[in-house]
Design a protein around this ligand. Structure first.
Ligand code: ADP
Ligand code: MG
Length: 259
């Protein structure tokens, strides 16, 4: 049976501001969920909290993955447990090539599983990386470039999905992987994710817009507003939001007093 990421009544704050106000969501391996919502509703906060970003303080609720309390684990341990986050704003790491970064990530994981491990042999690593780069239509020269330095928006997002392909997570959280991409880059990135989809991978696609969902059809769509999931439905909910925008969500759920 596949593993499930269970988020229960999650509350979290940033710099003493309560942002997440009771999030409930369960994502199983093999399922694709879309998390939509207006800017500032807490989508990225949820992603960051799930992976253990130190700036975010959990003030209530639970995150259980495969029966294990994730909130007790360090970010690297959560990653090893099978969670992956593709960042909305990937970091630049000058001096570290993409290939080295990926190989270190694999080796760290192998050593954590088996302290005697010598890591992945370089020829085997290169073959695997090239194959996955081809899937994402990435030029092989990228392997030798410093991570994200001078990468275009589309190249950064491809590099994130390449990391995901190499790390082989059970649950992937893609935070606005579509933002800042032109339509061709969006298609390549989204199709790259769609290729990785399968019974062993659960995906949470965080997005403001419906268009990436044309390539990765969601089984479930959720709308976040003011730190809670206020609506859930099928793929049709995303299409409805595309037509109507988020005004009706604001009107229906806004808790701030309007005079
Ligand atoms: P979304 O991803 O849905 O656009 P975010 O989770 O980024 O929303 O932001 C939700 C709220 O939390 C916003 O009001 C934002 O200003 C605030 N916030 C998020 N991260 C931080 C941070 N690191 N420091 C201060 N405020 C933050
Ligand atoms: Mg965001």
């Amino acid at each position: 049976m596949g593993a499930a990421l269970e988020i229960r009544n999650l509350h979290a704050s940033v710099e003493d501001n309560l942002i997440l106000r009771g999030v409930n969501l369960t994502i199983k391996q093999g399922e694709v969920h879309a998390l939509m919502g207006p800017n500032g509703s807490g989508k990225s906060t949820l992603a960051n909290v799930l992976l253990g970003h130190p700036a975010y303080v959990v003030t209530g609720g639970q995150v259980i993955f495969d029966g294990v309390d994730m909130l007790e684990l360090e970010p690297n341990e959560r990653s090893r447990a099978g969670l992956f986050l593709a960042f909305q704003y990937p970091v630049v790491i000058p001096g570290v090539t993409l290939a080295n970064f990926l190989r270190q990530a694999i080796n760290a994981r192998m050593k954590a599983d088996d302290p005697e491990s010598k890591g992945i042999p370089i020829p085997q690593f290169r073959r695997m990386m090239m194959e996955k780069m081809d899937n994402l239509q990435m030029d092989h020269s990228f392997a030798g470039r410093y991570l994200n330095e001078g990468f275009s928006g589309g190249e950064k997002k491809r590099a994130e999905i390449l990391q995901m392909a190499v790390l082989n997570p059970k649950i992937s959280i893609l935070d606005e992987t579509d933002s800042g991409l032109d339509i061709d880059a969006l298609r390549v990135v989204a199709e790259g994710v769609a290729k990785l989809k399968g019974p062993d991978l659960g995906v949470l696609v965080i997005t403001h817009y419906q268009r990436i969902l044309n390539y990765i059809t969601p089984d479930f769509v959720h709308v976040m507003f003011e730190g809670r999931i206020v609506e859930s439905g099928g793929a049709d909910l995303a299409l409805r939001l595309e037509e109507t925008g988020y005004d009706w969500v604001r009107e229906k759920y806004s808790t701030s007093a309007v005079e």
